[in-house]
Design a protein around this ligand. Structure first.
Ligand SMILES: Nc1ncnc2c1ncn2[C@@H]1O[C@H](COP(=O)(O)OP(=O)(O)OP(=O)(O)O)[C@@H](O)[C@H]1O
Ligand SMILES: [Mg+2]
Length: 144
């Protein structure tokens, strides 16, 4: 069997409201195999988004270990986290988090337009230039 793509051991996350600790994750062990589809279920406020924010490298656990594709990503720096997010992770947020000044299509196309995104490598090599804004930018005027 292939090794897990996601693996966590004893993840904890506690928020603070002023002086008051709000414990949300209390020792989450999780294993997800390559190609496996997983749904995280629970009542509102049970910590689904908290866990997904950590799995998506938007937030860090207070304690525990998170291994993504065999690499320990629990305590890596912001730049490396951003690189991994850019390459390997896609989000559909609960709130839309769209860039207000671009079209829906440009929003969808935005991540691959970031430097270093794997989706850009082949076209860039063929065209021989990076193209500011990437392939998501249309030269046609945008309907208003
Ligand atoms: N930044 C924060 N600061 C303090 N408390 C927070 C913060 N974010 C979330 N919480 C609290 O942590 C708990 C878990 O929130 P979370 O958003 O992870 O739940 P959820 O399972 O995703 O809920 P929903 O189904 O409503 O999306 C809730 O009690 C929430 O009020
Ligand atoms: Mg949520």
């Amino acid at each position: 069997m292939s090794p897990p793509i996601l693996r966590t051991w004893a993840l904890t996350r506690t928020y603070r409201r002023g002086q008051v600790p709000v414990p949300v994750l209390d020792g989450v062990d999780l294993e997800v195999g390559p190609g496996e589809w997983v749904a995280i279920l629970g009542p509102s406020g049970s910590g689904k988004s908290t866990l997904l924010n950590i799995l998506g490298l938007l937030d860090q656990p207070d304690a525990g270990v998170y291994q993504l594709a065999g690499q320990n990503v629990s305590d890596i720096g912001d730049t490396r986290r951003a690189e991994i997010r850019n390459r390997y992770i896609g989000f559909v947020f609960q709130r839309f988090n769209l860039l207000a000044r671009t079209t829906a299509l440009e929003n969808v196309a935005a991540p691959p337009a970031l430097p270093g995104h794997p989706a850009l490598r082949a076209p860039r090599a063929r065209q021989g230039r990076p193209g500011p804004g990437g392939p998501g930018r249309s030269s046609r005027p945008r309907p208003r």
